[in-house]
Design a protein around this ligand. Structure first.
Ligand code: HSE
Length: 304
């Protein structure tokens, strides 16, 4: 049996504007995680990059817990020592799928070491069970854009690739936004007219991506299901959206539950100018940010 594997897992951006808990995409910002089975019992963890100052080698750390979820089933709970070495580029609690990336990396690593015991579709079910919703774990597993849904408690996902390339400008504030807080901000019920608004936008988004008619993306990325209720948690959000559009982006959205704001732009757009305009709009509200100009990741998680 193989005892060591290195996994590359992409950052993800869930919701994509109107597709709350449904749409997601994988992008070209990666964590690399090496899992090694050791003779010394217990957990060892070494982290560089994001989370290096506070991730600890506890069994409840997602990196270990998710690995063991597959290992205990596929290797009959055989007791092992586990050494995990992470090089993390995905910022934590910023809406770029860092917890999903940890879950998917752990599940995938154990699955590789156990001779691909589960299919990717089965891993989606386990990952969704851990994460609570499928919209980040699905693109981390499959790559591309994903449309996910739950049916009788089981997660399913349709992966698609857009007809033409797109650029994603992720502007990441220093301030974290815990998902649990951002989910509490959303009301239990919404008006029927807002449901109609979002149905039209989400449908238009999928159609625009598949057909390459990106002139619809400005309207297609609008949302009334979660962004208006979360706006107060991201000071300056409206100005950041406006700055992105003014600098040439199709539109911008809250990435996942935030705090990252992601603009969608044509490859020929001046992505640096869009990023800098968004950073300036955040700075006007006292928020320092970094930015990443990204492409779509089409592979999802893989062993490297
Ligand atoms: N769909 C989720 C949300 C993504 O917006 O809360 C973050 O986990």
């Amino acid at each position: 049996m193989m005892k060591k594997v290195t996994i590359q897992v992409p950052a993800t951006s869930a919701n994509c504007g109107p597709g709350f808990d449904t749409l997601g995409l994988a992008c070209t910002l990666y964590n690399e995680v090496t899992y090694e089975i050791t003779d010394t019992k217990g957990f060892q963890l070494s982290v560089t990059g994001e989370g290096a100052d506070y991730l600890k080698p506890f069994g409840r750390n997602l990196a270990f817990a998710s690995f063991l979820r597959v290992w205990n089933k596929a290797a009959n709970s055989q007791r092992i020592g586990l050494k995990v070495t992470m090089h993390n580029r995905i910022p934590m609690s910023r809406g770029l799928g860092s917890s999903s990336s940890a879950i998917v990396a752990g599940l995938y690593a154990a699955n590789c070491l156990c001779g691909n015991y589960y299919t990717k579709d089965e891993l989606l079910g386990i990952a969704t069970d851990i994460e609570g919703h499928p919209d980040n774990v699905a693109p981390a597993i499959y790559g591309g854009f994903t449309i996910s849904y739950m049916d009788n408690g089981k997660a399913h996902s349709l992966r698609l690739l857009p007809a033409r390339p797109l650029k994603f400008i992720a502007v990441v504030p220093d301030s974290k936004l815990p998902t649990v807080l951002a989910r509490q901000a959303i009301p239990a019920n919404i008006a029927h007219k807002d449901a109609v608004f979002n149905t039209s936008r989400a449908s238009l988004l999928v159609g625009a991506l598949l057909s390459g008619n990106y002139q619809y993306l400005g309207a297609a990325l609008e949302d009334k299901l979660h962004q208006p209720y979360r706006a107060h948690l991201i000071p300056g959000l409206g100005d950041v959206f406006a700055a992105a559009k003014e600098a040439g982006a199709y539109n911008a959205i809250i990435s996942g539950a935030g705090s990252t704001v992601m603009a969608y732009a044509a490859p020929e757009a001046d992505c640096q100018a869009i990023a800098e305009a968004m950073v300036r709009a955040f700075a006007a509200k006292g928020e320092h940010c970094v930015y990443h100009i990204l492409d779509l990741d089409t592979d999802g998680v893989k062993a490297i």
